[in-house]
Design a protein around this ligand. Structure first.
Ligand SMILES: [Zn+2]
Length: 324
């Protein structure tokens, strides 16, 4: 089944227009945060290009649409990192398949997920395809980090930017589709930074945890906010090393404290269920300290994305947050 596209109307219109006016570019670069819908839109685009009915939208019923939905259309390949990197042999394989004429569709389409994970060798190899795109082919690169791509690659693609949805809009969708309560929907949407895929992934993992324990998954207030025990540093750092998304969650806790500091309505908090416990913590923190903590967390995330020694970076962060 095709995933539902939430938002991005302008992009869909732009891509549809390209198909209708036969001006499909040889290479696109979809840029936007993880989980925002780049891959869903890319697959929708591929499906529209190769749909046998020439309607405004892919019909969803022809053999081409059905094969795309089932993930076995011979003219569509989706490539992503194997391990930490996209390797040169994966790019060579992609190139080998994309040079042939389409078997069944109008175009041969290749989607490259997390394109910033191409190592230099792979990127240089891909460059050849971008410089001389095979006839009847479309390459769609997806990335959350435009700066991490070689300028020579960027300049050969048509760049399309994906913005996260405003949290209210995403909350409305979650409220309508998943019957989340309004407050809960807003808190899930805010936590996901407006990225629908991330919100759904969070909901799924939460549901999974709930069904395991029979209790709503809620780790409660992070230890780092309450402890002064220096011996806890290594254990806490290790906890955050297990899943970088936990840093986003941690930043939200500090943001909640900051909001309470500024006396805003508790409705705007992400962790509305913990408002009383958070209130008790507020006097321990100055506003500057909270702002510095949020900055530290984001700097740490950045450092981790540059593959710097993760353990060390997280330990330094934990020490800093505890002692600032
Ligand atoms: Zn169709």
């Amino acid at each position: 089944m095709e995933k539902q596209i939430v938002g991005h109307e302008q992009i869909i219109t732009q891509l549809r227009h390209a198909i209708q006016s036969s001006r499909i570019a040889g290479a696109y670069l979809f840029v936007g945060p993880a989980g925002v819908g780049k891959e869903t839109v890319a697959i929708h685009f591929a499906k529209s290009i190769n749909c046998l009915e020439l309607g405004e939208n892919p019909c969803g019923a022809c053999i081409s649409c059905r094969k795309t939905d089932a993930g076995n259309h011979p003219d569509l390949q989706i490539v992503g990192p194997s391990g930490a990197w996209i390797r040169i042999d994966q790019i060579r394989e992609l190139q080998k398949r994309i040079v042939f004429r389409p078997f069944e569709g109008v175009r041969k389409i290749a989607i490259l997920r997390e394109a910033e994970r191409m190592n230099l060798e792979a990127a240089n190899c891909l460059l050849k395809t971008l410089e001389e795109p095979p006839a009847e082919s479309v390459l769609i690169l997806l990335t959350a980090n435009l700066d991490a791509l070689l300028p020579t690659i960027r300049s050969r693609c048509q760049i399309i930017k994906f913005n996260p949805l405003p949290p209210n809009e995403l909350a409305r969708y979650l409220n309508e589709q998943f019957r989340l309560g309004e407050r809960e929907a807003l808190s899930v949407a805010t936590l996901a930074g407006g990225a629908v895929g991330k919100a759904l992934a969070n909901l799924n993992s939460r549901d999974a945890e709930e069904s395991e324990t029979g209790q709503p998954a809620d780790e409660g207030i992070p230890e780092i906010l309450t402890t002064t025990d220096r011996l806890a540093v290594f254990r806490i750092a290790e906890h955050y090393g297990g899943d970088p998304d936990r840093l986003d969650v941690l930043a939200e806790w500090y943001r909640d404290l900051l909001l309470l500091h500024q006396d805003v309505s508790p409705d705007l908090l992400v962790h509305t269920y913990h408002v009383e416990a958070l209130r008790q913590l507020v006097p321990r923190y100055s506003r500057l300290r909270l702002q510095a903590a949020i900055k530290t967390i984001f700097e740490t995330k950045n450092a981790l994305s540059r593959n710097i020694n993760a353990t060390l970076v997280l330990e330094v962060m934990t020490l800093k947050l505890m002692s600032d």
